[in-house]
Write a protein of this length. Structure first.
Lengths: 113, 117
């Protein structure tokens, strides 16, 4: 069965520090992969997506993610975190042939001033 | 564009009452999704529509839940009767599909926070 794992429930970083949020998926073929961000009281906003091609994907707000097939991972990174990045981040998989995203359980990011 | 619009933003009701959540997708989008978010189960897809037709409702938890999309600009999710375990945030999302765009971005509304007492 397809699944998405975000091993870190909470992460705290200092403003200006680098960030990496982990995402592992289980799927038989190359999946379509997404990262969404949810600010408090808001809906989800797409940060970036990977369908094929270059395994390093650039997104909005200075985020990037790298698809590593050998590790079944799609980790999200940002070189320097801003206080406004504090939010919850969701990784999602879109198995081919359906529109049914499978979301991870999310990682809540706290940014220290 | 106003984005996906959901109403109400907050709903508090008593067990046994009927609850109706509303969604207006982005104009021109032909896919509409209803999700439920809880601490225990995370974000779950309940049902999705294509061109106003329900395509997959396998995520609908039970017969107390029903969803309709009478036209391209409006959808409802109804719970009757409601129970405390239905308390959650319900999101509506829309996207534009197509042969080469099966995984176009889903645009989410702000959600409706439902509390059933």
């Amino acid at each position: 069965a397809q699944s998405v794992t975000q091993p870190d429930i909470h992460i705290t970083v200092s403003e200006g520090a680098s960030l990496e949020l982990r995402c592992n998926y289980s799927y038989g073929a190359t999946p379509y992969l997404f990262w969404y961000v949810q600010s408090p009281g808001q809906g989800l906003q797409l940060l970036l997506k990977y369908f094929s091609g270059d395994t390093l994907v650039q997104g909005i707000k200075g985020f990037e993610a790298e698809f590593k097939r050998s590790q079944s991972s799609f980790n999200l990174r940002k070189p320097s975190v801003h206080w406004s990045d504090a939010a919850e981040y969701f990784c999602a998989v879109g198995p081919s042939g359906t529109y049914k995203y499978i979301f991870g359980t999310g990682t809540r990011l706290k940014v220290l001033a | 564009d106003a984005g996906v619009i959901q109403s109400p933003r907050h709903e508090v009701t008593e067990m046994g009452q009927e609850v109706t959540l509303r969604c207006k997708p982005i104009s021109g989008h032909d896919y509409l999704f209803w999700y439920r978010q809880t601490m225990m189960r995370g974000l779950e897809l309940l049902i999705y529509f294509n061109n106003n037709v329900p395509i997959d409702d396998s995520g609908m938890p039970e017969d107390r839940f029903s969803a309709k999309m009478p036209n391209a600009s409006f959808s409802t999710l109804k719970i009757q009767p409601s129970e405390p375990r239905d308390s959650a945030v319900y999101f509506c999302a829309s996207s534009s599909g197509g042969a080469a765009s099966s995984y176009n971005e889903q645009f989410f509304g702000p959600g409706t926070r439902l509390t059933v007492l």
